[in-house]
Design a protein. Structure first.
Length: 202
């Protein structure tokens, strides 16, 4: 497989700052999954993260981030003890796009481990968001996980993330829609240098 033939499938990763460890973990997992399963089929998954995806225009920061969702096939929220105004706004933008065009596919991973430090207003915001999802957004998939405790009543994030990405990929591939949801390096908003850095060995 040569570099020029790989196509990039974007995943927007939204979260508050309390799950940075999980964000970094998913980045490594996605790179491993690319090497094991997707690059040999001509595709590469890549995260769009606010830390890495600086908007190149003069628009307000949050508005520019929201517009990056337009280039993403999947929208993921990592949720724990905080929601954050930016994450809520990004979700509202993504759900409006999904209901209008059927994309992006939205998945929420919710860590049910009790936080070490509890801020009552943050917890109320998270609980209110979960209730809003239940009542108003039945099409949104929510998966609960545990990451920071030894209790085994839920699957870990690594497993459910890989399973969801795999299920989505092969479902879309079966429907022959992958071509329309992926981009070549020239079409992708990331630079060729950044794209090559994600493709070790090319």
């Amino acid at each position: 497989m040569i570099y020029e033939k790989l196509k990039c499938i974007k995943i927007f990763l939204a979260s508050a700052g309390d799950v940075r460890e999980e964000r970094d973990s998913l980045e490594k997992i996605l790179q491993q999954e690319n090497e094991l399963h997707y690059k040999n089929q001509g595709y590469l998954f890549d995260f769009v993260r606010w830390e890495k995806s600086s908007p190149l225009d003069n628009k307000p920061w949050q508005k520019s981030l929201n517009e990056l969702i337009d280039n993403c096939a999947i929208f993921v929220i990592l949720l724990w003890a905080k929601l954050g105004e930016g994450t809520k706004e990004e979700f509202e933008y993504a759900i409006s796009k999904q209901r209008g065009k059927g994309l992006p596919h939205i998945i929420i991973f919710y860590n049910v481990d009790p936080p070490e430090e509890v801020n009552s207003s943050d917890i109320e915001e998270v609980n209110g968001f979960m209730e809003e999802l239940r009542k108003n957004y039945p099409e949104v998939r929510v998966f609960k996980y545990r990451e920071r405790s030894t209790v085994q009543d839920y699957e870990n994030l690594d497993f459910i993330f890989k399973k969801n990405i795999s299920n989505w990929f092969y479902s879309i591939k079966k429907e022959e829609k992958l071509e329309s949801l992926s981009k070549t390096p020239e079409e992708s908003p990331i630079s060729s240098q950044e794209f090559r850095s994600l493709n070790k060995g090319f």
